[in-house]
Design a protein around this ligand. Structure first.
Ligand SMILES: [Zn+2]
Length: 388
């Protein structure tokens, strides 16, 4: 099989003879050709997709030394077909892959670190290095990598003889045998690589670093290149523009506006909590002091409801206090008493009122799936027995 992408990354359309076709898994067909421009997944670069005759090429993989095209329909063995690769996808990959060489070359030259992992994902490209880089240094590396783009250096692919190869200094992830393809960006990177590259660094267009995390004793850098970097920057810029309108702040002041908004929110939350506390105290104060059972129904959050219940029994408004707040189809409840065991009472009430929950002897909480009348009746009954 002739691999056209090895000779030129710009081979978008080609003709070939079908040398094999067999039914694979999931309604897919596995097609082999005498020559192909479809790049199979390899070296961190994703496979190409496209058209082969009437069939869609969904995936391409290297299998037992052959390039296998996974298509949505069968092709006839011996037939001459025209293949066309999805160029936008391929060119994205070429920009990304070439960008990886540039940034890895810059980092390798400055710090001596090796690229120990490379993945071109749907969202971003990640590269792992076996050493730590500071955020400031990474900013500088990003600038340097983009300067390599401005200089529009050629990216050459050579296959040196074994003698030449033994004299060469190049990056490689593993021991290589046979013909070794070397990608060369003069003064920037020399690397053994089977992927597809743009012809010169200018075609990468833009390298945008997105982030860096510590990873396996080194760092994992995420980035985007070329068109995908542009789309990313555009999307982020649109978001900043929208935020700026929402916050009524200049675009380069949105962070300060969010800080102010958060501070304001915290202040209002404290104010609200203070007002709620005062309201609950006033409500609790309005009940006469008495020794029996007291059931109250309020619209309150769980935290408030607990505080309210405590206020009531500690204030002597009831020896046993049940505080309820509506929740979904039922009620949230808090049971409190300084003198009786609330765990036992909560168990009893749960049984009568489709309830769940429990707690300490001082306070129990949970939910009842019953209406207000049913709750009042059951509480009067059970608390009454408890107080006898
Ligand atoms: Zn490469």
């Amino acid at each position: 099989m002739e691999r056209l992408y090895d000779q030129s990354s710009y081979e978008k359309e080609f003709t070939a003879s079908v040398t094999g076709c067999r039914e694979g898994k999931g309604g897919r067909w596995e097609v082999t050709l005498d020559r192909t421009a479809f790049f199979p997944e390899g070296g961190g670069q994703p496979y190409d997709t496209g058209i082969l005759g009437e069939a869609r090429v969904l995936e391409v993989h290297e299998k037992e030394g052959d390039v296998v095209h996974y298509t949505d329909r069968p092709l006839t063995v011996g037939e001459k077909v025209t293949g066309r690769i999805d160029w936008e996808r391929r060119f994205d990959n070429m920009q990304g892959h070439s960008g990886e060489h540039i940034i890895t070359g810059c980092i390798h030259n400055r710090f001596g670190y090796d690229n120990v992992g490379f993945h071109m994902g749907k969202e971003e490209i990640t590269i792992d290095f076996n050493g730590v880089i500071s955020p400031e240094d990474l900013d500088e590396i990003e600038l340097e990598a983009n300067q390599v783009i401005y200089r529009d250096l050629p990216i050459q692919v050579i296959v040196p003889s074994p003698e030449e190869l033994s004299q060469m200094e190049y990056r490689s992830k593993k021991e290589l045998t046979g013909d070794v393809r070397i990608a060369v960006i003069p003064g920037v990177d020399v690397c053994a690589c089977c992927g597809t590259h743009v012809a010169s660094t200018g075609e990468v267009g833009l390298i945008k670093v997105l982030g860096m995390i510590h990873y396996k004793g080194g760092v994992r850098i995420s980035l985007l290149c070329g068109r995908r970097a542009l789309l990313y920057v555009r999307n982020r810029q649109n978001q900043v523009a929208e935020l700026s309108v929402l916050l009524a702040a200049k675009q380069d002041e949105v962070c300060a506006a969010v800080v102010r908004l958060k501070e304001e929110k915290e202040r209002l939350e404290m104010e609200l909590s203070r007002l709620r506390q005062a309201e609950a105290e006033a409500k609790a104060g309005a009940f006469p002091a008495q020794g029996g059972a007291l059931a109250v129904f309020e619209e309150m959050e769980p935290v408030q409801l607990r505080k309210y219940c405590t206020m009531l029994y500690e204030g002597g408004k009831g020896e046993i206090v049940l505080a309820c707040a509506r929740k979904g189809d039922g009620y949230l409840y808090v049971l409190g008493s300084a003198s009786h065991d609330m765990r036992a009472l909560s168990k009893k009430l749960n049984a009568c009122l489709n309830g769940k929950g429990g707690g300490s002897s001082l306070m129990a909480q949970g939910t009842f799936l019953a209406d207000e009348g049913e709750i009042k009746r059951a509480f009067a009954q059970c608390a009454g027995e408890e107080l006898e």
